[in-house]
Write a protein that binds this ligand. Structure first.
Ligand SMILES: *Cc1c(COP(=O)(O)O)cnc(C)c1O
Length: 223
């Protein structure tokens, strides 16, 4: 199957309310170009070093999403063009994104990455830290960022009940934060679900899924 047919198959299965982020990490710019030709415009990468060269080579109307861990010193490379950063996990990172967005006369949309998996290896804020950050005075001063949602990754397990429970905890937090009606905070994106667990994620309220291998094929090496 070609990338185009896999992409179309996938899109046909999705509710219209769910945004598909095609995760092209480790695949060459040519693979992205093929999906682009099939009409897709939303792509995700997890490393700045890989994202920037691809963005430079490919059409400017692509909406690039950064989905992997972001170091403060790399923000400047993506600030001119990034559409959405899924992986914000600290106030200091938000402050740096704000600074670089200001330099570029932009407002950068961000999601807070929340730690929902029972595994030790995942990045992100705890459920409590998210609420604390959302309520913080310092956040109010950042005029060039907008927190528009939450992102989470479930445990890498075959236990569907555990995955469901983890996604459900993130949806509950999302609803709770919206119910607080904090100034300037109105969440509309809930980014959860990958190739192996997107169906459960959508059932639990996801409206943005990040799909790599089901569209581009298996990666040669895990990331
Ligand atoms: C690689 C990656 C994905 C996509 O994973 P697949 O299993 O290939 O669909 C989604 N989210 C993040 C954060 C990733 O790093």
């Amino acid at each position: 199957m070609t990338i185009e047919t896999r992409l179309q198959d996938f899109k046909h299965k999705l509710p219209v309310s769910v945004t598909l982020v095609a995760v092209s990490k480790t695949h060459p710019a040519e693979a992205v170009a093929e999906a682009y030709k099939a009409g897709h415009r939303v792509f995700g990468e997890n490393r700045v070093q890989e994202l920037v060269p691809k963005a430079t080579q490919l059409p400017a109307d692509i909406k690039w999403h950064l989905i992997g861990h972001l170091q403060s010193n790399k923000v400047k490379y993506i600030a001119p063009f990034i559409h959405l950063i899924h992986s914000v996990d600290s106030l200091s990172l938000l402050q740096e994104i704000n600074k670089q967005a200001q330099k570029n006369k932009r407002i950068i949309n961000c999601l807070l990455q929340v730690y929902i998996a029972t595994e030790e290896t995942k990045f992100g804020l705890s459920l409590e830290e998210v609420e604390e950050l959302m309520r913080s005075e310092a956040l109010n001063q950042l005029e060039h960022i907008r927190i528009i949602g939450l992102m989470g990754m479930a445990s890498n397990t075959s236990d569907d009940n555990l995955i469901r429970k983890e996604f459900s905890s993130l949806k509950q937090l999302y609803d709770k934060i919206n119910a607080l009606q904090l100034p300037k905070i109105s969440l509309k994106v809930l980014s959860m679900g990958m190739s192996g667990d997107y169906k459960i994620a959508i059932e639990e309220g996801s409206n943005m899924i990040r799909i790599g291998s089901s569209i581009f094929g298996n990666r040669d090496y895990p990331l």
